[in-house]
Design a protein around this ligand. Structure first.
Ligand SMILES: [Zn+2]
Length: 324
């Protein structure tokens, strides 16, 4: 991103100048390599909301106190591959993926949380469970603040098995008694696991029972994670049983485990349907810009007998499909 800014010639010069000036006026708010847009967001936020690293630390302590029942760290305090502490994260990713109460929702939008118009298309000879609404729709009416749905929901009967979308390692498990998402598991997938040139994270929520797999364990694509349910705090209307399925990605393999969520270093939101395109691009800007005809994505799926359609796919829909 920075290369893009600086290669923009005169415009880049202006940004650099603005950055230097901003730095001179606020020497106490220096942050590692902030980009021009983050700088602009800082400038636009009200004086009292300017963030610095000291405040960020305090906020994270509050976050840890509030969130209980976390399971992102394996027993004995051991650290999993890729785990980092909050120091490794920039403010934009923390807010954009973490979406804490004090975060501007536009930061999440900047990190890819906006509607792209993608729709799943399933193999014609199979019956698959679809989504009820497309990704990142406006949820403000369900919450007490501006918010976008950070996943897709697939409503179906209680107990329907939710399966792992790809090979990967469990990096978090949450009881979620106080969250909207309820019982939840997050799996981290290496580029080898998915065939994509980035690290991806898949999140499955609202389980009726806690998934059995533990943090640190490997799972296989298509493995049953647990039964569909409706766990988690209810919003203004009672939720129907469904999976909430979400995806993040980053070129950086590292991530921050938190008491209620994990945050990939330099992470972005991915429209979960983009995961099934089987290659690049998959970022939200590129997805939104696709011609209408390419917005229907052929989704790779698995049937209960373990057969994958199309053969060789490394990512499958998180519910089994059935033969018609
Ligand atoms: Zn949802």
């Amino acid at each position: 991103m920075k290369a893009g800014i600086f290669s923009a010639g005169k415009l880049g010069g202006i940004f650099v100048l603005a950055f230097i000036l901003a730095g001179c006026r606020h020497p106490a708010t220096s942050q590692p390599a902030p980009d021009a847009t983050l700088k602009r967001m800082d400038a636009e936020s009200a004086g009292g909301r300017r963030r610095n690293s000291g405040r960020r630390r305090k906020k994270s302590q509050q976050g840890s106190r509030r969130g209980r029942g976390g399971g992102a760290t394996p027993g004995g305090g051991a650290t999993l591959d890729g785990q980092v502490t909050e120091d490794a994260l920039d403010e934009e990713t923390l807010c954009g993926i973490g979406r804490g109460r004090s975060c501007d929702i536009q930061v999440a939008v900047k990190r890819g949380l906006f509607e792209t118009g993608l729709e799943p298309a399933f193999p014609e000879n199979l019956d698959c469970l679809g989504i009820d609404e497309t990704w990142a729709i406006d949820y403000t009416y369900k919450r007490d603040r501006e918010q976008y749905h950070g996943g897709i929901d697939m409503p179906t009967a209680y107990g329907t098995p939710i399966i792992a979308a790809a090979d990967g390692t469990v990096v978090a498990k949450y009881e979620g008694r106080r969250t909207m998402r309820g019982r939840e598991i997050i799996i981290r997938h290496s580029p080898e696991d998915t065939g994509l040139p980035v690290w991806t994270y898949t999140q499955y929520a609202h389980f009726d029972e806690m998934p059995k797999r533990e943090v640190g364990e490997r799972v296989r694509m298509g493995e049953v994670l647990g039964p569909t349910g409706n766990s988690g705090r209810q919003g203004r209307r009672e939720r129907r049983p469904a999976i909430h399925f979400a995806v993040w990605f980053s070129a950086d393999p590292r991530y921050l485990p938190r008491s209620r969520k994990i945050i990939p270093v330099k992470g972005f939101w991915m429209d979960p349907i983009a995961l099934y395109r089987g290659g690049t691009p998959f970022d939200s800007n590129s997805m939104k810009a696709l011609p209408e005809g390419e917005k229907r994505v052929s989704v790779s799926v698995m049937t209960k007998d373990g057969k994958v359609t199309p053969p060789g796919a490394k990512v499958v829909w998180p519910y089994y499909c059935e033969r018609k």
